[in-house]
Design a protein around this ligand. Sequence first.
Ligand SMILES: N[C@@H](CCC(=O)N[C@@H](CS)C(=O)NCC(=O)O)C(=O)O
Length: 285
Amino acid sequence: MATALETVEEHRSHGGIQGVYRHASASTGTDMTFSVFVPEHEEGTKLPVLWFLSGLTCTHANVTDKGEFRAACAEHGIVFIAPDTSPRGENVPDDEAYDFGQGAGFYVDATQDPWAEHFRMRSYIEQELPELVGGHFPIDMNRQSITGHSMGGHGALTVALRNADRFRSVSAFSPIASPLACPWGEKALGGYLGADRQAWREYDACALIEDGARLPALLVDQGTGDGFLEEQLKTELLIEICEKAGMPANIRFQDGYDHSYYFISTFMAEHVAWHARHLKQSGAE
Ligand SMILES: N[C@@H](CCC(=O)N[C@@H](CS)C(=O)NCC(=O)O)C(=O)O
């Protein structure tokens, strides 16, 4: 029996349906909300999917409202899924700061109290949500790609590096390149996983590449006017490790763009088209 899915809202858009859905998550022990755009398609056909993991303070709504992905997804026939960034609710632990706790799940399975009970975003993104959407939407799960922004760029890179056979292509907007090497990452991974930095490596894109993981195809855009670039994002570490590992990567600096959705929406259609090329290569269901 399919797991119950509650429709929060649905709107016709660009010929398809933009929906928001809620379900009881076994991974987080909370209700979780996510958005799905399904382009117009022939009944009975299954479409490739692009996942978008969002950044600090975001829910599914930020990219859904401001990401400007729908025209490109409708043109290329790609389903777009935007999950939340953490469990939420009165019974879920939180932190006063914007960069830890609710809205800042960092896509890890926490091992430390009080976070370990609910903060299981790795299991949610890697297992539970794909199984759920595969049973409810017209998605060809043999054709998946992933992207994300900032903390969600870190999420997209690390989920894909740990599950390289699941994704055809991976991109990111201003990703946190190495949580091991920045204050956001040190705080979050220290809090969720404890002091042993060895345990953080499976949540660090640079460490995963150093340890032998590889991506099928990588595109990154980073604004030069992004106030987080030097202290938190450290794109140069990703460039260095890709070069050292001999892993092909197209990592681009975009002049004058900041960390906002004005930047993301500028390059979103290009990312969707790039993923579409990889998703349309042979192997469809
Ligand atoms: N100054 C921001 C810092 C966090 C931030 O810039 N978050 C990014 C992701 S790391 C974001 O997408 N914010 C939501 C938005 O712009 O809609 C805040 O406190 O909200």
